[in-house]
Write a protein that binds this ligand. Structure first.
Ligand code: S3P
Length: 180
């Protein structure tokens, strides 16, 4: 896929919206490299995201996230699946903007709940007495952060192959807004 205006594509959005699955499929389709910020952090720290939250706390995890994103800035032909909390730090958004078309994947809260099972492996949901209410609360809290996206796609009712084609179509057609 050569027609993209910026060198990379970043998928942002809440857990369970399809970032990793669709990112992998897109990268394979385009002959690009797939990277997942959670996996890069796990490699760097040497344990799972859940263990990082437990042992070192969320703030430490967020600093690793920012560092990993920085390390991707000068690479090209990457499809980047980002952790659900990435856009909550403005510096992460600025970093992605420098080199990637930002695609927001969304899904209905009930669909998200089904896709994130078992919630015990999800640090942001594992201790919530009502995971669906917590998903709704976090979605509201992150609404403004997720609005940074160039493109938005609801994956609730799309099959993975339909979603991949839709992302491809919108990414190909996307042009940066010229400065006023
Ligand atoms: C998080 C989402 C997770 C992971 C961590 C925190 C969040 O990534 O980074 O558990 O704050 O929404 P995925 O969205 O890839 O599941």
């Amino acid at each position: 896929m050569q027609q993209v205006t910026l060198p990379n594509v970043a998928l942002i959005g809440f857990m369970g919206t399809g970032k990793s699955l669709l990112g992998r499929m897109l990268a394979q389709r385009w002959g690009w490299r797939f990277v997942d910020t959670d996996s890069l952090i796990e490699e760097q720290v040497g344990c799972s995201v859940a263990q990082i939250f437990e042992r070192f706390g969320e703030e430490y995890f967020r600093r690793q996230e920012t560092e990993v994103l920085r390390s991707l800035e000068h690479q090209r032909h990457l499809v980047i699946a980002t952790g659900g909390g990435v856009p909550t730090r403005p510096e992460n958004v600025r970093s992605l903007r420098r080199h990637a078309v930002i695609v927001l994947l969304t899904a209905e809260p009930e669909v998200i709940l089904q896709r994130v099972q078992p919630v015990e492996t999800r640090p942001k949901l594992s201790t919530a007495p009502d995971p669906l209410a917590e998903i709704r609360r976090l979605l509201r809290e992150r609404e403004t952060a997720y609005a940074c996206a160039d493109i938005r796609i609801d994956t609730s009712t799309l099959s993975p192959s339909e979603a991949v084609l839709r992302i491809e179509e919108l990414v190909k057609a996307w042009k940066p807004t010229p400065p006023p």
